[in-house]
Design a protein around this ligand. Structure first.
Ligand code: GLA
Length: 376
């Protein structure tokens, strides 16, 4: 059935995100340095004349629901990104939504660690907010999108992805304080380098459960620290010296997790200054340190990502490389001298195929604006 369209629809363009540094820091109340990118999810949304909602994705199929009925979690994973947001909007603005038709196409690879999920959530949130005049602020839409991920998808994510996707700006990085949500825009000038993502095309299925485990391990570490230093509310704020002084008490993995978080938060602040001073080489060195921390101390990397970072170590034209996002697959992010970009892509594709028998997908990205509504 073709729904009746009683209004001019809108076209929403919602970007993915990259993160330069500050990984697994958002839910620990520290600083991150993401940007929105020029690969996007597009959503065409129309109001209909009834209470019926139909959502179709080129890759995922079509599903429908009645907006007047309670919104339930779907057994089909991707549908929950949409349903979770609709549920959040309904709760915040009761009786304001009616039927709509939404069709989705995407340039963002799924499971690549560039937040196709946040792009979808924030695109739906901002699109429906606009179409139904809900008058919710960007911060409210970010929170609704984040809670969709917690309550409908089951990943207890931090705020970085939804924030970057919504608030990103062309040619800018966001130095975001995830505790206060204050942020500073930093020029995305990495000359003479370009940003290259190497998509490993693997996504190990422990990603979501291990993500939630890391979050719990950090909360546990913080509780132990608070017994001795009750003034700290977030793990990222705890200095390394205090963590060292409590080494014997931080049992199991707690010490390694806490130390990584403290050092990574400090690295992120340093990185932002280095980028502003044009010291790209020193920034690149910090990216390598982050990767070692994520791989050895935080234990969220995997052989494929370690291999991709490792092969850049002998290439002086690559200034920095590390795994990006939640981990256990997805992309590495690389700062590469412009005239070496094609060489890196060729070398990485060949070596990766030889090692794992898997095709690599190199992707060049630029920064871009956050979610935009384009009236059609
Ligand atoms: C995922 C989460 C983010 C963040 C990163 C790791 O992308 O959605 O909130 O925690 O992992 O930095």
């Amino acid at each position: 059935m073709t729904p009746n369209r009683n209004s001019t629809g809108i076209l929403v363009k919602s970007p993915g995100r990259i993160n330069f540094i500050g990984e697994h820091i958002d839910y620990n109340g520290g600083h991150v340095l993401p940007a929105a990118i020029d690969l996007k999810v597009s959503l065409k949304i129309y109001k209909t004349e009834n209470n019926f909602c139909t959502v179709s994705s080129k890759d995922g199929g079509t599903f429908s629901f009645d907006i007047q009925q309670p919104i339930k979690i779907s057994p089909t994973h991707w549908e929950n990104y949409v349903l979770g947001v609709v549920n959040g909007l309904k709760k915040k603005r009761p009786n304001r939504l009616s039927g709509f038709e939404c069709s989705i196409t995407s340039e963002l690879p799924i499971g690549a660690g560039i937040s196709s999920s946040a792009a979808l959530e924030c695109g739906v949130a901002k699109g429906l907010n606009h179409l139904f005049d809900l008058n919710l602020s960007d911060i409210e839409l970010i929170e609704i999108s984040r809670m969709a991920e917690h309550n409908f998808v089951g990943t207890k994510c931090g705020v970085m992805d939804q924030f970057a996707v919504t608030m990103g700006q062309n040619n800018k990085l966001l130095l975001l304080n995830c505790e206060s949500l204050d942020y500073q825009l930093i020029d995305a000038d990495f000359s003479p380098c370009k940003i290259v993502l190497l998509n490993s095309n693997v996504y190990h299925n422990l990603a979501s459960s291990e993500y939630n485990n890391r979050r719990e391990e950090c909360e546990q570490a913080l509780r132990i620290i608070q017994e001795h230093h009750p003034n700290f509310n977030f793990l990222a704020d705890v200095p390394e010296t205090i963590i060292e002084s409590l080494k014997e008490k931080l049992l199991g993995k707690a010490y390694h997790r806490a130390r990584y978080v403290s050092l990574e938060n400090a690295r992120t602040l340093k990185a932002a200054s280095l980028i502003q001073e044009g010291k790209i080489e020193s920034f690149g060195a910090l990216m390598y340190q982050t990767h070692i921390g994520l791989s050895k101390n935080y234990e969220v990397s995997c052989p494929e990502l370690d291999f991709l970072v490792g092969l850049t170590l002998d290439l002086p034209q690559v200034l920095g490389s590390r795994m990006m996002g939640g981990g256990f697959g997805g992309c590495t992010i690389n700062l590469v001298k412009e005239d070496f970009v094609q060489n890196l892509m060729d070398i990485a594709e060949e070596e990766y195929k030889k090692e794992f028998g898997i095709e690599l997908t190199p992707i060049m990205v630029e920064t871009s604006n956050g979610v935009e509504i384009i009236n059609s």
